[in-house]
Ligand binder design. Structure first.
Ligand code: HEM
Length: 370
């Protein structure tokens, strides 16, 4: 596909599929011709809006110049220097989870490690009380759920679950933001509460976006990393330092990108790699395919942790480049390093892998450790 029809229209899904690295990169950076604003899509009900909880405007679906206002107030807090300050907190969260696993010989890597690490970390950064964490996981699961089949009932069930979760979370955050307004706390909810440039709805939208964008993606990065290490038989080499774990995690991001595709809408008639795109057309940008483009990566179908410069775009690019990229990387570095330090032996069972239906990851990954 990437070589023969790098940009092609899918009649059934009514979208242009874009596969090549150069094209995906170009579309993501050309904010004038392509927008992430999904309210331009024909089916407005798909954005989850309702009278009680109008559609939340957030940075991820808003282009420049508005985008700067929605992201600018918090950007600094997600830069590498600021993220390093959170490292001790992430180390503590990880160590506590590993303490619980230490007495077990078997556990499910996804349920017992890869899911709780990012949920607890983001809840701590937002300043969410510990007793609400379970509820948070349920909300974020409901928000990213996908129908298991094409039946109308199943689609409705998932949409209702999403709307309910969004309303409940919205109410919860609205209350918390009000309570913290004017406070001098260092947590992200207080920072949002005190951001004068944001409306009430935008503050709520920001809090929900962090949970939505940061949890399952980081879970899948951790899972896909261990899955790849085990498949390649390199877990021990990473443990001993023979293979650099940070580079190996970057390779996992390229090889099994947690977000495989992004959507954009053309705001003008434009040509893309020989195809004529019309105003209003939807484009599906395949990050996963771009990250395996042989024009950019040698032997792209091979997992090669020693790749020198890994120019993958698993975190996107352009103005919407992932706000949490440095946080996700730090979480993965800490979590994987501590996990391998804690157990001399880790064997994952790769015999019956169940892929997730939505993002690139696994339902479960049974592990034996000692
Ligand atoms: C945006 C991937 C973790 C917050 C994005 C985008 C990608 C991405 C591809 C671009 C979306 C677009 O262009 O439409 C990932 C991956 C992660 C991860 C693969 C984990 C491995 C996180 C974390 C957080 C986060 C931990 C926050 C705690 C965001 C936000 C945006 C974003 C707020 C929107 C940025 C903007 O529109 O300016 N992420 N993400 N992400 N991500 Fe992440």
């Amino acid at each position: 596909m990437r070589q023969e029809t790098p940009v092609c229209y899918d009649e059934r899904r009514e979208t242009w599929d874009v596969f090549r690295y150069e094209d995906v990169n170009h579309v993501l950076k050309d904010h004038d011709a392509f927008t992430a604003n999904r309210t331009l899509e024909a089916d407005e009900s798909s954005n989850g809006g309702s009278d009680e909880m109008p559609m939340l405007q957030t940075m991820i679906t808003t282009g420049p110049p508005e985008h700067n206002r929605l992201r600018g107030f918090i950007d600094e807090r997600f830069q590498p220097g600021a993220i390093r300050e959170y490292q001790p907190q992430v180390e503590k969260v990880t160590a506590e989870l590993l303490d619980d696993l230490e007495n077990k010989q078997q556990f499910d890597f996804v349920d017992e490690f890869a899911i709780p690490v990012p949920v607890i970390v983001i809840a701590e950064l937002l300043g969410i009380p510990a007793d609400r964490r379970e509820q948070f996981k349920e909300w974020s699961d409901a928000l990213v759920a996908r129908p298991e089949d094409d039946t109308q009932e199943e689609i409705q069930r998932v949409q209702q679950g999403q709307q309910q979760a969004q309303q409940e979370m919205g109410r919860y955050f609205a209350k918390l933001l009000e309570e913290r307004q004017g406070g001098d706390g260092d947590d992200l909810v207080t920072l949002a509460a005190n951001a004068e440039e944001l409306s009430r709805g935008e503050k709520v939208g920001f809090c929900i976006l962090l949970l939505l964008a940061g949890n399952i993606t980081t879970t899948n990065l951790l899972t896909n990393t261990i899955w790849s290490f085990e498949e390649e038989g390199i877990t021990n080499d990473v443990r001993t330092g023979a293979i650099d774990h940070e580079q190996a995690i970057e390779e996992a991001l390229r090889y099994r990108s947690p977000i495989q595709s992004l959507k954009r809408i053309a705001t003008e008639d434009v040509e893309l790699n020989g195809q004529q795109i019309q105003t209003g057309d939807i484009l599906t940008l395949w990050l996963g395919a771009a990250n395996r483009d042989p024009e950019v990566f040698d032997d792209p179908e091979e997992f090669r942790p020693e790749r020198g410069s890994n120019r993958h775009i698993a975190f996107g690019t352009g103005v919407h480049f992932c706000l949490g990229a440095h946080l996700a990387r730090m979480e993965a570095d800490v979590a994987i390093e501590q996990l391998l330090e804690r157990f001399d032996r880790l064997d994952a069972d790769l015999s019956d892998l169940q892929p997730l239906s939505s993002l690139y990851g696994l339902e479960s990954l049974p592990c034996e450790v000692s």
